[in-house]
Design a protein around this ligand. Structure first.
Ligand SMILES: C[S@@+](CC[C@H](N)C(=O)[O-])C[C@H]1O[C@@H](n2cnc3c(N)ncnc32)[C@H](O)[C@@H]1O
Length: 461
């Protein structure tokens, strides 16, 4: 389905809304550049920002599979990987041919399979891929490349190629995932050009109808802001992200209240909160990708229903330190939704590097005692999970940073941490974690029997 520019139906066809995602046109090039794949056409050029994104995709797949196969007794894992905007699968990078997202995803699974079968020969990593692209020529190009790489026998079996829009394909995809098994483990990589090709209602449906889905959504927030800036009368495309005319009017009114500069950040805050509320995902990780070759940022939003999923994606961002930016401060609660606070404040120096880690740790050392105090006052058992699970969103903090804060408080005699360990007979026993520097989510954090005289906790109940 090709899109024609229709000012009454604003969407990706609008000038400006998809520029960031598309490669720049090369002056004098024989073919118009862009993401076009076909026989005899030059491969599209791969931008730096796409490399960062592909690295995140395959690092995440790697973590995902290893987290779900930790249990060495396990011999099978069923997963479906959906690339909803897959393209033709190959790019040009300075004269070299580079794999696009569908091939990177297959390669990541093959690498995981090798690790698993080295551990246990009969391990059955049962992965189905669904590659969707609205352009039949792109799907045909990908099919040829898959055949060249020896995956031909999987096409129609473990690899489904679908030439349609993501929105049209999704009902069948959901049905197939539900049929595959009870756990519905599925990863959706939705690399849309702009911000309106993936309806939030569809993400909501994925979250509601599947038990264990995760979505990695590209969202070109700057394109949306430009659109709001440029067009004030015809905003029907905003229905894709569940905005009614009154909502749009309210967004535009914020312009008068905040001034042009403040408006952009107020919009970012509002839109971001709105997206999360609309998707029904309990856990999320929002980070900016700041492409060096463009002044426009985009968000890579990871949505899931499970705390561990958000934890693993947070770890991927820390591993991909130099291209990802968190748009907020260090520590917990790092994203306030106060329109007067610049969401990007401190962002330029929050690059998931050593400095950011040091700042997050020191912020946590102030925040953890307050949280503990509050939780102890409320009574009940306080665990690492109970403290952090509900605060896992809107923060660059991941488990290992929390562990470092807890270990420091333990070493200072401020807390006692209890865990479970199996004894020689296989029985679970409670142990005091005296020297550990990593803790389990269900480890219990207690106030010490003999508190220190000058303590963070002297006021604790
Ligand atoms: C940026 S390219 C491919 C990106 C690919 N994820 C990668 O990183 O290699 C985006 C692709 O999405 C396709 N596309 C655009 N709108 C679509 C839609 N609504 N549904 C499915 N595919 C779409 C385009 O034809 C194009 O091939």
């Amino acid at each position: 389905m090709s899109k024609k520019y229709n000012p009454a139906q604003l969407g990706l066809a609008l000038p400006g809304s998809s520029q960031l995602a598309r490669p720049q046109r090369v002056i004098g090039a024989k073919y118009k550049t862009g993401y076009h794949w076909g026989p005899g056409k030059p491969l599209p050029a791969l931008g730096q920002h796409s490399i960062a994104k592909h690295d995140i995709y395959d690092n995440y797949v790697d973590r995902y599979i290893s987290t779900l196969t930790k249990n060495h007794v396990q011999s099978q894992l069923k997963v479906t990987i959906v690339d909803g905007f897959c393209g033709g699968g190959l790019y040009d990078l300075d004269g070299a041919t580079i794999s696009g997202s569908p091939l990177r995803l297959i390669e990541a699974i093959e690498a995981a399979r090798m690790t698993l079968t080295a551990r246990r020969e009969d391990f059955n990593l049962d992965v189905d891929f669904v590659f969707i692209d609205e352009k039949a020529a792109h799907v045909a190009f990908l099919r040829d490349e898959l055949i060249k790489r020896g995956y031909g026998n999987l096409i129609g079996n473990n690899i489904r190629l679908v030439a349609s829009t993501f929105e049209e394909a999704i009902p069948d995809v959901i049905t197939a995932i539900r049929k595959k098994g009870r756990a519905h483990r599925s990863l959706f990589f939705l690399d849309q050009y702009g911000w309106s090709d993936v309806k939030l209602a569809t993400v909501r449906r994925i979250m509601a109808e599947l038990i264990n889905p995760e979505v990695v959504l590209t969202f070109m927030v700057d394109s949306l802001i430009n659109l709001l800036h440029e067009k004030t009368s015809t905003l029907s495309a905003l229905a894709a992200i569940d905005y009614a005319r009154e909502d749009v009017r309210a967004l535009l009114e914020m312009k008068d209240e905040n001034g042009a500069k403040g408006w952009k950040r107020a919009i970012q805050n509002t839109v971001y909160k709105h997206i999360l509320d609309c998707t029904g995902a309990a856990f999320y990780t929002p980070f900016f990708v700041h492409p060096p070759e463009s002044h426009r940022d985009y968000w890579l939003i990871h949505l899931s229903k499970h705390h561990q999923a958000r934890e693993e994606m947070g770890n991927v961002f820390w591993e991909t330190s130099n291209t990802m930016e968190h748009f907020g401060s260090a520590g917990l609660n790092a994203l306030g939704f106060d329109p007067n606070v610049d969401v990007r404040q401190g962002m330029m120096d929050y690059m998931f590097d050593d400095d950011a880690e040091a700042r997050s740790k020191s912020q946590l050392l102030e925040q953890i005692p307050l949280l503990l105090q509050e939780s102890w006052k409320n009574g009940g058992i306080v665990t690492k999970r109970s403290l952090f699970e509900s605060r896992a969103n809107d923060t660059p903090v991941v488990g290992k940073l929390v562990d470092s804060g807890l270990a420091k408080l333990r070493d200072e005699g401020e807390v006692v941490i209890l865990g479970k360990k199996r004894d020689k007979n296989g029985e679970l026993k409670t142990v005091v974690r005296e020297r550990a520097d990593q803790f389990q989510w269900d480890d219990e954090i207690q106030f010490p029997r003999e508190p220190r005289l000058f303590s963070f906790f002297t006021d604790a109940a």
